[in-house]
Design a protein. Structure first.
Lengths: 382, 284
């Protein structure tokens, strides 16, 4: 295998495509399917990872894509044992659940505590925001159930972070979101933007003024988060500050999603892919699918020699080169997100996307303005 | 003409949840109407015979500004809400520093944050505003206090800090208390009051206070609306001028209201009296 692959940062495992919710912006086409991963497949995944040259530092297994907690804690006890069996000394695995929070119960809390699992809860804020998009299969709002899951985590003193999807509507409500996080005891939040991917063919953030409104939102949220003691950590602020501080003009920080095999995603049948995790399972006319192998039949090294992977990797690399040549924000980004490029522009070998305009360019402008001068309060109070 | 006039033909204010706010309690559970006013010496006060409104009345009083790009028009009274962390911050400061909240510098930081919040929401805030907090005991049918500390009854100004004499004008009032609060309003703009007086062959006075007094003398059966404000909620007034007052009858706790006023009014009630209301008709 080429030395350019990896190292592995994230192993994203989809233990089932099934999700008990039916959020309107979800990009997963197969979320009503109740298949679940076989233990033999799971074992093969960890075997393949261990056999590969991808693991040179500790990595994280993210149980995601579908709702991971629809499978019982006993499933994860066995899964974690398998992961431990195949891990190497000094290169231990950290487990992480990205969950909608509705199924968190005492048994899961016990599992989470014993295995020191990291928890990310997907919640979009107060009911008028969350319940507008995050719905049950019967079309009802989900916030009450999510909050009961969060309350369970808090009762068991389990730290968690929150992922919130920003839609067009949410950009008017930074104060309300901030108040919501405070009320729920959230110490760290990550903002995703509603993206155009797979079945989600449009984003409410595609509007012309979205970048300006996103910028105003982030600026306002920055002031709120930094003004709080202890400050509310925001993933986007931390990563962009690091990018600004450490980036070199011609060498952007590496984009994890554009780095071959930094992320490996595996579905419940053992099919795997790399680059952006959301690619796996989505259709592609260009590559006839994004899966580059199956753990039952292929090693990661073999997959890296496949025509499909080579074609994908060449296009991703060409896209990053285009970004390097044409985008003044490259140093703060490293080449964007391949999945966004593909589904918005029709090709990995392309540049700017909605994700770039918001999460990279607008965010960089906000952070640069905050770093240039301390925010002065324009009080106008007589 | 009856006290309530021909509502369909005359300009009147409509209530709306202000754009970019999400407030769950519907207007049906928020608005009540009474049977008129009573005089207490020089003061004009609402009667206490509040009743809920029917669906038709609600429909005629409420408008929708749900579009995210919408603005709050001068013909609308907007329902707003400060986030809980701002309301809490005010209480933390009040309890830390003790003593009655005034206009000293103790609350300036919090007031600035409130102003920043409303500016972010793109509400029509004047360039310079003043903020003050009033505290009223339960059991009052009027809470507007004049410069000498006396209750004023219904009027356009919001009390001692923003009297017409100082050129001030109320912009909004926010319930900072932990208990439901109320604000009483007349949904008619000053020009409508003047027109009604003229129709009744009465001369419309040229000062806001005199207009209020004279109007209610001529139309003592003019009903008023009582607006329920949950903790953190507030009412954004029209710059054309809104006759209003506080109401604490039935409350158990102190009534704590934040008043936002314009330091340099864009259109003071006194001015509005001499202007034609065509501009109000023109607004959607």
């Amino acid at each position: 295998m080429s030395a350019r692959l990896g190292p592995l940062d994230l192993l994203v495992i989809q233990p089932t495509p099934f999700c008990n919710l039916d959020c309107s912006y979800c990009y997963l086409p197969d979320r009503a399917n109740k298949r679940r991963i076989a233990e033999a497949t799971l074992e093969r995944i960890f075997q393949r990872v261990t056999e590969s040259d991808l693991v040179t530092r500790p990595y994280t297994v993210v149980w995601h894509a579908g709702e991971p907690l629809v499978l019982p804690p006993t499933f994860y006890e066995r899964a974690f044992a398998l992961a431990a069996r195949y891990s190497r000394p000094g290169l231990e695995v950290t487990h992480s659940f990205q969950t909608n929070g509705t199924l968190v119960d005492a048994a899961f809390c016990d599992l989470i505590r014993r295995h020191d699992v990291r928890i990310g809860v997907s919640v979009d804020g107060p009911a008028f925001l969350n319940d507008a998009r995050r719905k049950t299969r019967a079309g009802k709002g989900t916030l009450a159930r999510v909050l009961s899951g969060i309350e369970m985590l808090r009762r068991h003193e389990i730290p968690f972070h929150v992922i919130t999807v920003l839609t067009q509507e949410a950009l008017d409500y930074p104060d309300e979101l901030y108040a919501f996080y405070l009320e729920q005891g959230v110490a760290m939040v990550g903002f995703n933007v509603e993206e155009i991917e797979g079945p989600n063919k449009s984003s409410s953030l595609s509007a012309e003024d979205a970048a300006l409104r996103y910028q105003a939102f982030m600026s306002r949220f920055f002031d709120l988060a930094m003004g709080h003691q202890p400050e509310l950590k925001v993933r986007e602020f931390e990563s962009m500050i690091a990018a600004i501080l450490y980036a070199e003009p011609d060498r952007g920080l590496p984009s994890q999603e554009a780095a071959p095999f930094a992320i490996v995603s595996v579905d419940c049948e053992g099919n795997f892919s790399t680059f952006s995790p959301e690619l796996l399972g989505l259709e592609s006319a260009t590559y006839q699918g994004f899966a580059i192998g199956n753990v039952q039949r292929h090693s990661f090294a073999e997959a890296a020699e496949s025509p499909r992977y080579r074609s994908m990797a060449a296009d991703v690399e060409a896209g990053v080169s285009q970004c390097r040549a044409s985008c003044s924000y490259f140093a703060f980004c490293g080449g964007g997100a391949p999945a966004n490029k593909y589904f918005e522009n029709g090709s990995f070998n392309s540049t700017e996307t909605l994700f770039c305009r918001l999460h990279r360019q607008a965010l960089a402008e906000v952070m640069l303005s905050k770093m240039r001068r301390p925010e002065t309060l324009d009080s106008n109070v007589g | 003409m009856s006290a309530d006039g021909d509502a369909a033909a005359e300009p009147s204010y409509r209530f709306a949840v202000a754009p970019r706010f999400s407030i769950s309690r519907p207007f049906e559970a928020r608005l009540e109407r009474n049977g008129g006013i009573r005089f207490d010496g020089e003061r004009v006060e609402p009667q206490s015979d509040w009743r809920p409104l029917g669906a038709t009345e609600i429909a005629s009083l409420v408008s929708d500004v749900s579009s995210r790009d919408a603005v709050l028009w001068a013909t609308q009274l907007g329902l707003v809400q400060v986030p809980e962390h701002l309301r809490t911050a005010w209480w933390v400061e009040a309890e830390r520093s003790g003593g009655p909240p005034g206009t000293d510098g103790r609350f300036e930081g919090i007031f600035s944050k409130v102003v920043e919040f409303f500016r972010f929401k793109r509400l029509p805030l004047p360039e310079r505003v003043s903020l003050r907090v009033s505290v009223s005991v339960p059991g009052l049918s009027s809470t507007r206090v004049g410069p000498a500390g006396a209750l004023q009854g219904l009027g356009f100004g919001d009390g001692e800090q923003t009297t017409a004499a100082k050129g001030g004008q109320p912009v909004a009032c926010i319930n900072l208390g932990d208990e439901t609060g109320f604000v009483v309003v007349l949904e008619l703009p000053p020009a409508t009051l003047a027109r009604r007086l003229e129709a009744a062959r009465e001369m419309a006075p040229h000062t806001p206070a005199a207009l209020v007094r004279r109007y209610f003398e001529v139309f003592p059966g003019q009903s008023l609306l009582r607006v329920r404000l949950d903790p953190g909620e507030g009412l954004w007034f029209s710059p054309l001028g809104v006759i209003h007052d506080g109401w604490t009858e039935g409350k158990r706790d102190l009534d704590v209201m934040l008043h936002i006023g314009a330091e340099t009014p864009t259109l003071a009630p006194a001015e509005s009296l001499s202007r034609p209301m065509a501009n109000v008709h023109d607004l959607p």
